[in-house]
Write a protein that binds this ligand. Sequence first.
Ligand code: ZN
Length: 246
Amino acid sequence: MCGKMKKTVRYCYDCKQKCHRHGKIKNKQRWKCKNCGLTQFSVYKRCIFTPERKDAIKRLNSENVGIRGMARLLGLSPTHVIRCILQLSALVKRPDYYEYGQEYELDELWSYSECKNNPQWVVWAINRKTRVVIDFVVGRRTKETVNKLVEKLKRLHPKKIRTDKWAGYKSLLADIPKEIHRPGRRITNILERQGATVRNSIKRLNRKTLSFSKTPKMLEACILLYMDDCKWRPYRSGFIIRKPIF
Ligand SMILES: [Zn+2]
């Protein structure tokens, strides 16, 4: 055979830069990224995390299915499902909001990791008018944890912040005028209702459930994945008609 061989160009899976040839294994061309040094094949035949499976895991997570349930439905091992959830959640970008003069509700959801003696709180804030989740943090119910969220809310120049009467909020929001921060009972009603939706959608946040997170990281990953799936507006995902996953 003579004549010019057609030059194929490969781009890195990770950083999308050009790759060069890097030997062969079992007659399969191996490539190496010039930028990040990652080696890779052009085609992976035994790929576990196919785009369809990733999409299915993301959606089953929002449909109140636990790790083992997902593994049984998709024919994967629970370890693979956990790894996929952690990988997918690492790609989720927390949204940035550029708004001011809005009314917010701030509250916590109680949960735990590993055992019931290890409580974890999901502190989250919602825009009362648009019902969009501003952000959430997972951790112990300390001022340090809650402050991350409070700082974010303060930057949005709120018209009003509604919280319950926990003493931590009082001291964290002490520097803003009293008419803006109003602690009280039954004033975070929209957030409480949204909380019920979130509790019904994520298996590990169900009450009296047997599926719970073994690490706070996994709890955060599952909530992040859910928030990304519902575009940061909690809904009963069944209402939205999409293509079947199987
Ligand atoms: Zn690369």
